[in-house]
Design a protein around this ligand. Structure first.
Ligand SMILES: Nc1ncnc2c1ncn2[C@@H]1O[C@H](COP(=O)(O)OP(=O)(O)OP(=O)(O)O)[C@@H](O)[C@H]1O
Ligand SMILES: [Mg+2]
Length: 182
């Protein structure tokens, strides 16, 4: 996978598989500190300690459709290759937090990719999930919550034809406003 945004989709898919109703995606770019931090927090069914410890193992999965589970292990590898690490905080019934760090300027640090497209897809593809997306770059930050969309489109966001345009524009302009290429 070339872009970190694609890894984010994978981790959000894990949260959705864990029946999350609320998912927080946070990206914090701190070029001055040479650090990039991505956090994905969900209120899904969580993991017990044994699953948590094995979750980054590529040959561990609780899926029944195939024998490998690559989402977390590939992201952990991407972090390690760029001087960072992946940590999982999870408890059964109490949701999961995946935190991954990178050296911002590391030559092997993957590019972010398009967060505007990624979040548009995640928001519209999962109308029953409450998303909170925050993106910080240096001193500036941008936030988008799916409840704002639901208010604006009276709960019809996933079918309203202008919702996609509105969402993309909000994301692209918001991210451009903090100096992030959407
Ligand atoms: N947010 C989460 N909540 C609960 N369990 C999780 C969560 N994320 C991961 N897991 C557990 O960790 C395992 C490994 O996750 P990982 O994303 O690496 O692989 P996968 O989802 O099983 O397969 P793939 O990502 O390749 O489709 C999952 O099968 C699941 O048991
Ligand atoms: Mg997965």
């Amino acid at each position: 996978m070339e872009d970190l945004s694609l890894h984010i989709i994978d981790i959000v898919e894990n949260a959705i598989a864990a029946k999350a109703r609320r998912i927080e995606v946070s990206v914090v770019e701190e070029p001055g500190e040479d650090r990039l931090t991505i956090e994905i927090k969900d209120d899904g069914f969580g993991m017990d300690e044994e699953v948590r410890q094995r979750a980054v193992d590529p040959f561990f999965t609780t899926r029944t459709s195939r024998r490998v589970g690559l989402g977390l292990s590939l992201l952990a590898q991407a972090a390690r290759e760029a001087g960072g690490k992946l940590e999982i905080d999870s408890r059964p019934g109490d949701g999961t937090k995946v935190k991954v760090t990178f050296q911002y300027g590391h030559i092997d640090r993957k590019p972010m990719g398009s967060m505007a497209e990624t979040m548009t897809m995640l928001f519209l593809g999962n109308p029953d999930v409450d998303f909170h997306y925050t993106h910080v770059k240096g001193e500036r930050s941008y936030t988008l919550k799916s409840e704002w969309m639901r208010e604006k489109f009276h709960d019809q966001a996933s079918v309203a034809p202008d919702a996609i345009q509105w969402l993309k524009k909000h994301l692209q302009e918001g991210l451009a406003g903090i100096g992030v290429k959407g």
